[in-house]
Design a protein around this ligand. Structure first.
Ligand code: ANZ
Length: 958
């Protein structure tokens, strides 16, 4: 099909527009001395475990002159991008041959911000693009789509400031992103492009919401939101900084409002359990586990006492994970928002408690639970009985206990919990030790939170005695006791909270429900009425009342219930930005389907995503929310897999260029960095890179190497002025260089610092590869339109170099170790520069190897090698094992199963020869001399194991 495309469409490369047509020279020619074809030295980099290619100092100058125009990337890249676009080269057909294996490789789709792409974007995108191109060449059907997560705050804020409709801003930004991505040569299937803001897309986001509603997984509840009275609006968490609004610095309070919630907690167990089988970074799994936060314990009732010590009939139920410490309880705590608080608080303490509640209401849960924050609280004036011994326990109110977790009340055990300990110390509350262990207790000043043997824990009154038991058994016995006596029960809790699913914003998906005028009843819109489109609005400013901006669309809000025809009001909250990104990977499988979210057969073929690459900032929420929706869709039969993403990879972040700082004493003299601690007050001065040189593992002043410098790198940000724009890099070095550089910087998952001289290194490598194959430039700076390869049989050395390179590049792509794959290609080019002739049969596979990394140059070379089709679907070269073996190998030798040494042997060495060599080896002979061999086990090329008779006296050989 591709060939056909090529022939039917104008052939952009015939003739190549940027050089002269000359008679073709196929023979290899020597290059002028200005373009040395000498060895490209490979030096291991000190900072990295992998081979980094670097240029020797002498070569540097010459190379950089050469690199002024290393190769004509401008023309090459434009032309091939146009070609791919016009031929839809990377389109994945709607119907594919499903007998072939599939590979779904996905990037976390971007929010199209006004700032355009930054250099962090191409990092993940290049990695996935290499995989996509590689798998296509290996015969897989590849799905490699791109789209836009385009609802969100910035477009709305921009609309408030300028009056420009968010739709216009969004479309403009999307256009810019698309142009930028295409300029990097990514092989996305642009026919599948989707945007979460398009009604055709959000129709299905709304449809999923209706399914959740039908199953009781979407509900409304009063929950606190960030209310800013001065701005008259509800703010998103990211708009609140240190308790004040980001814009204007006005105070923000927490105010309860009726909100849509999604019952993700119903899936807590499955979200936790199914993590186990996923090929995800352990760190993300751990973060998800912590977020879900499964904990096992008990709920225990403490009966409230009146002033005259009588039970009032009310009880405070606490949640504890340490029932074994129950005899150590010295106070109870109610969260300030606990519903029982107002009824238990004594008259004398009422005002203090009210004031405390007011202050606490201004804090977020995060601020309240920060461990470093000093604990605060007030006494309620009231007591409750500890069920295990009948003791009267004071009840306090403290905001380190959250109303939203467990039961919103705790039994505090200051001897064994650090927060309770800090609190008890501050308010002079008794501390009772009830657990002991070898690891604890030399210092009763500190709490002991570990498990151990229970002490001081029996009561004659109730008959419960857990003394001497280990914490685990003690906890079990207490739980059995409270269950038997009706004072509580076993309980599993999750940290995970239900998901607040409403925003008081315009630029989001409308929630497809109406409220009947007659009784406020919530009625879902029939699925046939979807999409419920956003009404046009000119004024996006807050209403001032806390009502969402959509309430200004009066004629849209006032409606009738489509089923009953009764007058009703539409919901004016919109969905949060997370909604659209929860399921987009499914839509890519079938983006134009108007009757279903995704066709069942297509989902069964393409699902799940094989590899999902994106930033670690999405480790918890996005990945958890989409897993939740996926599981709901699984339960209702829309998808066939339990999990959406088989493998997740987080690319590291790219920090700005390293800055070199020199320390100066008060007289203004430079002082080496190691003396800075003893220096006291000092200043630092930024030193330009050209005045810095490397010495060992540190950097020093070129002029005075005794002055060691401090190095640091910052996250790229506008305010620091260290942002690198990929457009500039592409203009100066070309997209292939940017791609190659981002892959070469360090392993994909590591954080890295940008370094412009590093990009020059890979740019030179590409130029070198180009001139190796095309030849040196003609006097006018243009190149021959053919290559210098020859139709001759390759030598064994050439075959070996090629097949080693194939093996390495293949292995490294499979293992997503792209940087070392590049090193292998650099080594190949070094070797090739020494050859007199370049057989075509050696260079062609090399060009194919290069193509996933530097696709523009590779396509151009492929064309010049005489091919009339794109190389995008050419079979990826396969390494031939015959050329991979070295003539000799190092054979490990074991004596009685223990490795005692090695011998150098020919690959084809026989067992007898291997044994003879071992017997002659100085190190090995001392184990073998005078011993009888009972048995020899020889695996050619791998190992020789010699088993000796115990009491033998002489060496025997078979
Ligand atoms: C007594 C106790 C003794 C506790 C001890 C701990 C150590 P996880 O693992 O996070 O579930 N807790 C319960 N509800 C709370 C709330 N709403 N806000 C703040 N803290 C709360 O932790 C459960 C433990 O955290 C519970 O066990 C409780 O303190 C506290 F040596 O009870 B524990």
């Amino acid at each position: 099909m591709l060939q056909l495309q090529w022939l039917l469409l104008p052939q952009p490369l015939a003739p190549p527009p940027f050089h002269h047509r000359r008679s073709l020279r196929f023979s290899h020619h020597k290059h002028p001395s200005t373009f040395p074809r000498n060895h490209f030295p490979v030096r291991p980099c000190n900072n990295c475990t992998n081979n980094i290619i670097s240029i020797s100092d002498e070569e540097e100058e010459q190379e950089s002159k050469e690199s002024v125009k290393a190769y004509p990337f401008h023309q090459i890249e434009n032309r091939w991008q146009k070609f791919w676009d016009e031929n839809r080269t990377f389109r994945t057909p709607d119907e594919v041959d499903t007998s072939k294996p599939k590979y779904y490789v996905l990037d976390m789709f971007p929010y199209p911000s006004g700032a355009g792409l930054h250099v962090g974007h191409p990092l993940g995108y290049t990695a996935t693009d290499i995989l996509a191109r590689f798998k296509r060449m290996q015969g897989f059907n590849v799905l490699h789509p791109m789209g836009w997560d385009a609802f969100g705050l910035p477009a709305e804020q921009y609309a408030i400031e300028t009056g420009t409709h968010p739709k216009i801003t969004t479309l403009k930004n999307i256009d810019r992103f698309r142009v930028q991505l295409k300029s990097l040569g990514f092989s996305f299937d642009w026919d599948r492009e989707i945007s979460t803001t398009e009604p055709d897309y959000y129709k299905w986001t709304q449809w999923i919401f209706l399914q959740l509603l039908k199953r009781g997984l979407a509900y409304q509840a009063e929950v606190p939101v960030n209310w800013c009275p001065a701005l008259g609006t509800v703010l998103a968490n990211e708009e609140v900084v240190d308790g004040v609004s980001e814009r204007g610095g006005h105070p923000v309070i927490r105010k309860p409002m009726k909100q849509w919630m999604l019952k993700i907690t119903a899936y807590a167990d499955r979200l936790q359990e199914d993590l186990e089988d996923l090929d995800w970074p352990e760190s993300i799994k751990e973060m998800q586990r912590n977020w879900i936060g499964k904990s096992q314990g008990a709920e225990v009732d403490f009966r409230v006492l009146s002033r005259d010590n009588q039970e009032t009939g009310e009880k405070i139920t606490v949640y504890t994970t340490r029932p074994d410490t129950i005899f150590g309880v010295t106070y109870l705590v109610l969260a300030p928002e606990h519903p029982l608080l107002s009824s238990v608080v004594s008259e004398a303490q009422q005002n203090i408690v009210e004031e405390y509640k007011e202050v606490a209401s201004r804090k977020s849960d995060l601020e309240r639970t920060e461990l470093q924050k000093e604990k605060s609280g007030v006494f309620s004036g009231c007591y409750a009985t500890n069920p295990v011994n009948g003791e009267a326990i004071p009840i306090w109110v403290a905001d380190y206990v959250l109303g939203s977790y467990g039961t919103g009340a705790i039994m505090a055990v200051p001897a064994h919990d650090s927060r309770d300990h800090e609190f008890a110390k501050k308010y002079d509350i008794p501390i009772h030790w009830v657990v002991t262990s070898d690891e604890c207790c030399d210092d009763f000043e500190k709490p002991f939170s570990g498990e151990g043997d229970v002490i001081n824990s029996s009561s004659e009154k109730t008959g419960l005695d857990i003394n001497g038991l280990h914490s685990k058994e003690a906890a079990k016995k207490v739980i059995e006791w409270v269950e038997k006596t009706g004072n509580g029960n076993r309980k599993v809790n999750f940290k995970l909270r239900d998901w607040l699913f409403a925003r008081q914003r315009y630029w989001g998906e409308p929630i497809p429900v109406v409220f009947l005028d007659e009784n406020g009843e919530t009625v879902p819109i029939p699925e046939t009425e979807l999409p419920l489109t956003l009404p046009e609005l000119d004024d996006f400013t807050p209403t001032g009342t806390g009502d969402p901006p959509l309430s200004k669309a009066v004629s849209w809000v006032k409606t009738v219930d489509p089923s009953s025809g009764k007058p009703a009001r539409r919901e004016t909250n919109t969905m949060p930005q997370w909604a659209g990104s929860c399921w987009y990977y499914l839509r890519f499988m079938d983006p134009k389907n108007s009757t279903d979210l995704v066709d069942k057969k297509k989902e069964m073929y393409w699902g799940p995503v094989d590899i999902y690459v994106g930033g670690a900032e999405h480790a918890v929420l996005h990945l958890l929310y989409s897993r939740f929706w996926h599981k709901v869709l699984y339960d209702i039969g829309v998808v066939s897999t339990k999990e959406p993403f088989k493998c997740v990879i987080n690319q590291g972040i790219i920090l700005g260029e390293v800055q070199y700082m020199a320390c100066k004493d008060q007289e203004g003299n430079f002082v080496s960095a190691e003396f800075v601690d003893s220096l006291g007050e000092h200043t630092q001065e930024r030193i330009p890179e050209e005045k810095v040189t490397k010495s060992g593992n540190s950097f020093v002043l070129k002029d005075d190497p005794s002055i060691r410098l401090i190095t640091r790198a910052y996250k790229m940000s506008k305010s620091r002025g260290n942002v690198v724009n990929p457009d500039d890099v592409v203009a100066e070095y070309g997209a292939d260089s940017l791609r190659l550089y981002e892959m070469f910087m360090s392993p994909l998952r590591d954080s890295k610092t940008w370094n412009t001289s590093g990009i020059e290194g890979v740019y030179r490598f590409l130029g070198r590869s180009w001139r190796l194959i095309v030849g040196s430039p003609l006097p006018d700076g243009t190149y021959e339109n053919q290559t210098v390869t020859v139709d001759e049989n390759p030598s064994l050395e050439q075959l070996k170099a090629l097949h080693r390179c194939i093996e390495k590049v293949t292995d490294e792509i499979e293992a997503t170790r792209f940087n070392t794959g590049i090193s292998a290609m650099m080594e190949f080019v070094n070797a090739a520069y020494k050859w007199d002739k370049l057989p075509k049969s050696i260079i062609e596979p090399f060009v194919l190897l290069l193509s996933p990394y530097a696709p523009h140059m590779a396509e151009e070379l492929w064309f010049r090698l005489g091919h009339l089709t794109s190389l995008a679907y050419e079979p990826f070269p396969k390494a031939n094992p015959a050329y991979l073996q070295d003539a000799t190998i190092t054979l490990p030798v074991q004596i009685n199963g223990k490795t005692r040494g090695t011998v150098q042997v020919e690959v084809s060495c026989t067992e007898d020869d291997a044994f003879k060599l071992a017997s002659l080896d100085q190190k090995l002979s001392k184990y073998l001399d005078g011993k009888t061999v009972k048995k020899r086990v020889y695996v050619p090329g791998k190992i020789l194991n010699v088993i000796l008779e115990r009491e033998s006296t002489k060496v025997a050989s078979r």
